[in-house]
Design a protein around this ligand. Structure first.
Ligand code: F6P
Ligand code: MN
Length: 305
């Protein structure tokens, strides 16, 4: 017998406010997925990080924000696509990347969405996360999330009548301890020295390069195969590219819940304190020994050895 998302949330004892935001995210993801083929065009708008928005970036932002606020469980929705939060009267502070990997829209490569559910006003560290979730749009529409008791994954199943039900695909997902794949963003000649050294050693050990250019997609295969994904500190961009609140901390939470480890190169990524909504950080996530090994190389370099 398949288990629906609603049934799972009830059985797992997930608090009502978190359940309602997860159900809202699932429902809206179907609308975003259906809209994708029709709204790929670039607009003239620019988001707070200076990136040109596509029509689907705006559609996804507005769809998720509206459905989250309509639950009545949400205190605020902050988004990579908005300069200010939208306020509600509930308790869950949501930070979201409504469409992750926008540069992959035109090439029809995987896309995703990321959500962090915080207990305090944003910006704040990942220590205040009560849960986090991500969606993948393709080949399957999946919802992967944790509310602090492991990681579960649901898949959208379409009925003949046009309805969609999210059905449990995997529960208690654990990252393999032995790494098989790695992917690091940014131009290789712009990587800081410990990252370059580490990647050369992973290649020598036979790990395979896997990089698709969408954080959600790249993270998802590291979670499945074991290994490491990073968007590193670059010589020209020491604070990396990925945003702490919307991307790095929620995915760090899920990685940690799967038995993995996430670091900014100096320690636990959940401890990073952003000072503004769009602050970025270097981030490395994956099988715990590999991420710790990279931490040690970065620390040794910092100490001048
Ligand atoms: O959200 C930023 C993002 O699109 C991530 O999804 C992805 O990991 C990264 O940028 C890709 O960056 P680049 O184009 O430099 O490889
Ligand atoms: Mn993104």
């Amino acid at each position: 017998m398949s288990t629906s998302l609603g049934t799972y949330l009830t059985r797992a004892g997930v608090p009502g406010d978190l359940s309602s935001v997860l159900l809202a995210v699932a429902n809206s993801s179907v609308k975003v997925s259906d809209q994708l083929p029709f709204s790929a065009a670039l607009t003239t708008n620019v988001n707070p990080s200076g990136e040109r928005q596509t029509e689907i970036d705006i559609f996804a932002n507005d769809e998720f924000a509206a459905s989250l606020l309509a639950t009545g469980s949400v205190a605020e929705v902050a988004s990579e696509e908005m300069s200010e939060s939208k306020k509600g009267s509930g308790k869950v502070h949501v930070a979201m990347d409504p469409l992750d990997g926008s540069s992959n829209i035109s090439t029809n490569n995987p896309l995703g969405s990321i959500f962090g559910f915080y207990s305090g006003a944003l910006p704040c560290s990942g220590l205040l996360l009560r849960g986090a979730a991500y969606l993948t749009y393709g080949p399957m529409l999946t919802l992967t999330f944790s509310t602090g008791a492991g990681v579960a994954r649901f898949v959208a199943v379409r009925g003949a009548d046009g309805s969609t039900e999210f059905t449990l695909l995997e529960d208690k997902i654990m990252i393999p301890l032995k790494g098989e794949v790695f992917g690091l963003g940014g131009p290789r000649n712009d990587w800081v020295e410990p990252v370059e050294h580490f990647v050369s050693s992973m290649e020598a050990r036979g790990l395979k390069l896997r990089y698709g250019g969408t954080f959600v997609g790249d993270f998802n295969q590291v979670l499945g195969y074991g290994g490491i994904f990073g968007y590193p500190s670059l010589k020209k961009k020491p604070k990396g590219k990925l945003r702490i609140l919307y991307e790095a901390a929620p995915m760090a939470y899920i990685m940690t819940q799967s038995g993995g480890y996430a670091s900014d190169g100096h320690g636990d990524a959940l401890l990073i304190e952003p000072t503004s909504l769009a602050d970025t950080t270097p981030i490395y996530l994956g099988s715990p020994e590999l991420v710790s090994e990279l931490d040690s190389l970065i620390r040794a370099k910092d100490l001048g050895s």
